[in-house]
Design a protein around this ligand. Structure first.
Ligand SMILES: Nc1ncnc2c1ncn2[C@@H]1O[C@H](COP(=O)(O)OP(=O)(O)OP(=O)(O)O)[C@@H](O)[C@H]1O
Ligand SMILES: O=C(O)[C@H](O)[C@@H](O)[C@H](O)[C@H](O)CO
Length: 166
């Protein structure tokens, strides 16, 4: 499972709770950024494709390891563009994206109140500019970010339960 969406949509919060409830391993995709990417974002400079590709490949490696081991897992990754998501999954249809959907107006207060994180609020617009929402040809669950973490996690597990049982 890849919890995706723009900065501040709630990926880390939802993924932590999902992994705990499911008993799955969780990987924070942001931990796999090259230091140069963190420095770039911290300086208020949006990442470009060239910056993201090695990061996406590192996350794809986590997904592939889980696939080889036959183990489920939850990883957070903004996955803003379709070709990023294809790079993450290798176009293998065993990965579900949980897309935390919302508006800049809904997310900005969260980013403004968050402390101790490298991502400046000024980059939120660039995240939406880059965002390509998952299409009908992709395995993705749209979830409104407006609900509580508990409500979102319960809804995701409820909807995916039949898949999780297989
Ligand atoms: N469902 C929610 N309702 C209210 N606040 C939330 C919700 N989910 C997350 N938050 C809060 O919003 C802020 C951003 O959440 P979080 O860090 O999980 O987002 P993120 O998508 O992982 O961000 P980034 O991509 O920048 O790391 C945090 O302060 C978090 O406590
Ligand atoms: O795709 C990107 O521009 C970046 O990866 C950001 O989305 C960060 O990973 C994170 O969301 C901010 O902390």
């Amino acid at each position: 499972m890849v919890v995706m969406g723009v900065s501040g949509c709630g990926k880390s919060s939802i993924a932590q709770s999902l992994a705990a409830k499911l008993g799955w391993e969780m990987v924070e995709g942001d931990q796999l950024h090259p230091p140069a990417n963190i420095a770039r974002m911290s300086a208020g400079i949006p990442l470009e494709d060239a910056d993201r590709l090695p990061w996406l490949d590192a996350i794809a490696g986590v997904v592939e390891d889980w696939r080889i081991q036959g183990r489920p897992g939850v990883v957070t990754c903004s996955s803003l563009k379709k070709h990023y998501r294809e790079r993450l999954t290798g176009r293998i249809k065993d990965v579900c994206f949980v897309y935390l959907a919302g508006t800049e107006e809904q997310i900005m207060p969260r980013l403004s109140m968050r402390t101790g994180h490298f991502m400046p609020t000024t980059l939120l617009r660039s995240q939406f500019d880059a965002l390509e929402e998952p299409g009908e040809d992709e395995i993705a669950l749209y979830v409104s970010l407006e609900a509580s973490v508990e409500e979102i996690v319960s809804a995701v597990i409820r909807v995916l339960k039949p898949l999780l049982a297989s």
